[in-house]
Write a protein that binds this ligand. Structure first.
Ligand code: NDP
Ligand code: MG
Length: 383
């Protein structure tokens, strides 16, 4: 029996993780669940899965969650700091980080310091402070098992392989809803159009990131830290069918790919089952449904975010933290119709050139960079 805590249980990844757990009651038990504001769903999940603890981020909803769960004996906490308690609960074996954004940083650190293995969906945490997180995990003997489909693919390809045999990796990208479009088209796209991803149903932030290719940029940085690669070992290839989830090229010229239907329950299930595999009844791939799997170059001239992310990774230090914070602000602004689609990259680039660079940041430096960048990017949005 594996005891699992889910940070961000009410989101796209969180709810799919609970489906995986529900299908395997003899293998997994839920120990803690957290949500930001969706109290109704959190309460329903708690009544069904009976965790030891729930955390509601929005403190105004504490009383109603507490009242709804009063007869259950489930401990109810509220506020950002309580996320760290949920992340470090003594009874937990694995923490699934399915919160969106850099707010996942502190609870992930708390989980690692409490020696919990991490199922990592919250990529922003690795983008912001990949060096700190990976060295902390090493220090505490904690495994970080990727849930992001591309990284799960690479992780699966590397089972039984020596890391120093990796020549390079290819992260596949669907290209999102605007693949093949030009800048003139992108200047006028609406939020509703950007939210229509061709292959995946996901939370709003990552769906916009997929449309702007920032998601792939963040994944390049995530891969750098997960697999200890240098920037020149990471490439991106557009694969609109989202069947080949990513590939590794080894030093003998051989390549390994991991394939499957686009269903996040698969990498979630793998992360929970790791180091083994457990059978599932997920829909199987049918070759006749996909007579063609195609691959092409990413259009970096049109989708500038990808180059900005590579540049942030090359410049290192707090630059990935800057790009992530700026991106969180502009995605939010785009979702509120405050800025256009192309302005997102403009503001991110401005933040990269104006926020103070720190070559070897401490945790505090990262937290301050995150704050400063959010304020500066917010000013650029209102301008
Ligand atoms: P969602 O927006 O669907 O869910 C986010 C979850 O985090 C919800 O439970 C939400 O609570 C909670 N949350 C939101 N804001 C805060 C906050 N400030 N503090 C604490 N909790 C908060 O996101 P996704 O599930 O799509 O994505 C989660 C993470 O997984 C992201 O980092 C994303 O990049 C990554 N990922 C997602 C994939 C997907 O298919 N969705 C694929 C690969 C990676 P509430 O519901 O109450 O708002
Ligand atoms: Mg992904």
């Amino acid at each position: 029996m594996k005891n699992i805590s889910i940070l961000g249980a009410t989101g796209s990844i969180g709810t799919q993780a609970l489906e995986v757990i529900e299908a395997n009651p003899e293998l997994y038990k839920v120990t803690a669940l957290t949500a930001q504001s969706n109290a109704d769903l959190l309460i329903a999940q708690a009544l069904k899965f009976k965790p030891l603890m729930v955390v509601i981020g929005d403190e105004r909803q504490y009383k109603s969650v507490k009242a709804a769960l009063s007869a259950t004996g489930i401990k109810v906490l509220a506020g950002e700091a309580a996320l760290c308690e949920a992340a470090s609960l003594a009874e937990t074996d694995l923490v699934l980080t399915a919160i969106v954004g850099s707010v996942g940083l502190k609870p992930t650190i708390a989980a690692i310091e409490a020696k919990k293995d991490i199922g990592l969906a919250n990529k922003e945490t690795l983008v912001v402070a990949g060096d700190l997180i990976t060295s902390l995990a090493k220090q505490h003997g904690v495994k970080i098992i990727p849930v992001d489909s591309e990284h799960s693919a690479i992780f699966q390809c590397l089972v039984g392989e020596a890391v120093d045999t990796i020549e390079k990796i290819y992260l596949t990208a669907s290209g999102g809803p605007f693949r093949g479009k030009e800048r003139a088209f992108l200047a006028n796209v609406t939020k509703a159009e950007a939210l229509k991803h061709p292959n995946w149903v996901m939370g709003a932030k990552i769906t916009i990131d997929s449309a702007s290719l920032m998601n792939k940029g963040l994944e390049v940085i995530e891969a750098r830290w997960l697999f200890d690669l240098n920037v020149d070992q990471i490439d991106v290839i557009v694969h609109p069918q989202s069947i080949v989830h990513s590939l590794v090229q080894f030093n003998d010229g051989s390549m390994k790919a991991q394939m499957g239907l686009p269903d996040m329950k698969l990498p979630i299930h793998y992360a929970f089952a790791y180091p083994g595999r457990i059978s599932s009844n997920f829909k199987r791939f049918n070759f006749m449904d996909y007579p063609e799997l195609t691959f092409s170059k990413a259009d970096r001239g049109t989708f500038r975010n990808l180059d900005l992310a590579f540049e942030a990774l090359r410049r290192a230090g707090n630059m990935p933290c800057i790009i992530n914070a700026a991106n969180e602000v502009v995605v939010n602004a785009f979702l509120q119709n405050q800025i256009g689609f192309l302005e997102m990259s403009d503001i991110i680039e401005q933040c990269m050139s104006d926020i103070s660079f720190i070559a070897t940041p401490t945790l505090n430096n990262y937290l301050e960079t995150d704050q400063h960048t959010r304020i500066f990017a917010g000013e650029l949005v209102t301008k």
